[in-house]
Design a protein around this ligand. Sequence first.
Ligand SMILES: CC(C)(COP(=O)(O)OP(=O)(O)OC[C@H]1O[C@@H](n2cnc3c(N)ncnc32)[C@H](O)[C@@H]1OP(=O)(O)O)[C@@H](O)C(=O)NCCC(=O)NCCS
Length: 167
Amino acid sequence: MNLTGYKIRTATEQDIDFLWEMLYQAIFIAEGDVKPSREILNQPDLSKYVSNWGRQGDIALIATDSSENPVGAIWSRLFDETNKTYGFIDKNTPVLSMAVLPEYRGLGLGTLLLNEMIRTAKDSGFTSLSLSVDPNNPALRLYERQGFVKVGIDGTSWDMMTTLENK
Ligand SMILES: CC(C)(COP(=O)(O)OP(=O)(O)OC[C@H]1O[C@@H](n2cnc3c(N)ncnc32)[C@H](O)[C@@H]1OP(=O)(O)O)[C@@H](O)C(=O)NCCC(=O)NCCS
């Protein structure tokens, strides 16, 4: 794996459009299924991952290539009982989302982003992270390697969580 030239940086306001694109890219499409239109991002259960970005507790990291173009992102956000989302565990556990542009997948950027997010979330005082993943998504292996364990099922997706104490 050679990630020379790639970098991870904190997202700025200028990255919000890219986060929306990454949210679209993060939607799991089973083999043979048709990609939904980008209109799907207007659905509240999806838009809540990014809308009004910049709330207390929001963390977003961007992976860039050697020309500093964004090629991937990971972001985490707090939700609560009145505003739950897939992967919600409790109001103190940020819910993770991530994606890498298709042509940059499998290079190690996802691993890098996830490691950096774990470190950043810990440095920010969080003690756990959660996420929702379709068990058929190959990303499941990435999450398991980073210590996420299945804590529930919501429809067909798994809720997964990791604690940050020993990381
Ligand atoms: C999941 C994802 C962010 C990982 O980023 P990446 O840069 O490809 O990851 P890495 O190269 O560091 O790690 C490889 C792991 O990522 C996953 N992965 C690799 N290529 C992938 C692909 N084309 N699609 C989905 N997951 C992939 C696998 O778990 C792989 O582990 P493995 O080598 O044991 O199979 C990226 O593949 C992606 O954007 N996938 C589509 C969006 C998505 O599924 N997001 C997560 C929603 S829960």
